[in-house]
Ligand binder design. Structure first.
Ligand code: HAM
Length: 419
């Protein structure tokens, strides 16, 4: 038997209602904040992500699904949306039509990571990119959007972490300071951190190795070295969050795993999903649009892992999904009424009722069992003596009440069932 590829998961029908609920909350919240949906292709030219996310990052270095297509072009299944959205923004000159573009998306993403709870190789993100504004109002707005969505899902064990990475000039100065601080203890760092020391020194802060964290304990913190403008913007973000009653922590070690960030970064973590605790992450990327060939344009965004969020909801038992039900089950008493049941169900379905009947010529008892299993609100019995006189027996499944109804007057019946 052929099975699904490691790290991918089927979302089977019983799980769909919670996905729909999450998607409807996402759609609603973004609508209220006037963000417009954008959809980009599943795959892009590899160079887009290499340039956008950064050659030295884990995503580009180790995790991308990259292959040569039949015309020998290197393509990559998208590991994230920001680079794709910026590519579309540049390609269609969207900045010329509108000075600020606020986008949102829901899409599958692909990263070849080691699968574990909350980490898959095909996963889904919702997220947003606000391109064209440098105001920290946007940074705060996006954090609030992400937080609101998680709260609307009933999640409680949440921590909002924020930091500022400053502009590249101040960051370079800081990196030199950090290099100096760590140079004496480089040999005591883990192998991964030694590599990061040479390639991407800020990511050392992401190390989970205890001895690395011990060495980093007294390291200088970037937040103390950022430029004035970043510092002021960060103050504005903090004040707006406080005024909006979004609890947050400043995490000076929050460096994020993608290279495009400038100024504000943030993550919202859950205490209920184990080691893969980041439900969402994002930040400002004021240089990316230009780096990908567009006019200098600031941007800010975030993305959230939907599997991880649903796992948190499950672990907090926070979702109240109503049980699925149907409006009507038509039971066929006489076997030769197949075409009549087909016609009748079509009429009701066209009247916008959720209707089911038996396609398998099962016994009346088995049909009744099926109607119960499907939580039918009403059952209509087709056949028998009543039918011969133009009437059908309709049973209300919650009260047990039965009544004879006119078989030809199905619009009236539809209205009755809808009530
Ligand atoms: P990211 O931190 O790489 O950022 O991913 C965002 C979220 O996607 C994570 O917090 C996590 O919930 C989820 N996620 C990432 N990898 C996996 C995985 N393998 N399995 C399940 N969930 C995963 C970005 O992707 C940036 N594009 C965010 C952004 C938008 N920054 C600015 N704009």
């Amino acid at each position: 038997m052929i099975k699904a590829i490691t790290g991918t998961k089927d979302i089977l029908p019983p799980e769909i209602p919670k996905w729909k609920l999450l998607e409807s909350i996402v759609n609603n919240v973004f609508k209220n904040f006037n963000y417009k949906e954008i959809r980009t292709p599943i795959f892009e030219e590899t160079s887009l992500f290499a340039r956008g996310i950064g050659e030295e990052t884990d995503i580009v270095g180790k995790e991308m699904y990259t292959f040569l297509d039949r015309s020998q072009t290197s393509v990559t299944l998208k590991p994230e949306m920001t680079a794709s959205v910026v590519r579309a923004f540049n390609e269609h000159s969207l900045g010329k039509l509108q000075s600020l573009n606020k986008f949102f998306y829901i899409s599958p993403m692909f990263r070849q990571e080691r699968p574990q709870a909350g980490r898959q190789r095909q996963f889904h993100q919702f997220g947003s990119e606000a391109i064209g504004g440098s105001s920290p109002l946007l940074d705060a707005e996006l954090i609030i959007i992400a937080y609101n969505i998680l709260k609307l899902l009933g999640l409680k064990d949440l921590t909002v972490k924020i930091n500022s990475l400053g502009v590249p000039q101040s960051r370079e100065k800081y990196k030199n300071l950090l290099r100096e601080f760590l140079s004496g203890s480089k040999n005591y760092l883990s192998e991964d951190s030694r590599k990061r020391f040479d390639q991407n020194i800020l990511r050392i802060f992401d190390s989970k190795v205890e001895s690395d964290q011990e060495i980093l304990k007294n390291a200088p913190l970037m937040i103390d070295y950022i430029d004035e403008e970043s510092k002021n913007d960060f103050e504005v973000v903090k004040n707006l969050l406080a005024e909006s009653k979004v609890p947050f922590e400043i995490d000076p070690k929050l460096v994020r795993g993608l290279d495009y960030y400038t100024k504000t970064t943030f993550e919202i973590v859950s205490g209920k999903v184990g080691s893969q605790s980041a439900l969402c992450g994002g930040g400002r990327y004021d240089l990316l649009v230009e780096q990908l060939g567009g006019a200098p344009t600031p941007g800010v965004g975030f993305a959230a892992g939907m599997e991880r969020i649903l796992l948190a909801c499950e672990n907090e038992n926070s979702l109240n999904i109503p049980k699925e039900e149907i409006d009507l089950y038509i039971i066929k008493i006489d076997k030769d009424l197949s075409s009549k049941v087909f016609e009748l169900s079509l009429n009701f379905r066209n009247d916008n009722l959720v209707v089911e009947f038996d396609y398998l010529d099962r016994s009346v008892k088995a049909q009744m069992r099926e109607a119960n299993k499907l939580n039918a609100k009403f059952v209509l019995f087709l056949g028998g003596d009543e039918y011969k006189s133009g009437k059908l027996n309709l049973k209300n499944m919650s009260t047990g009440e039965q009544q004879l109804v006119d078989v030809n007057n199905y619009h009236q019946l539809s209205e009755f069932i809808k009530k």
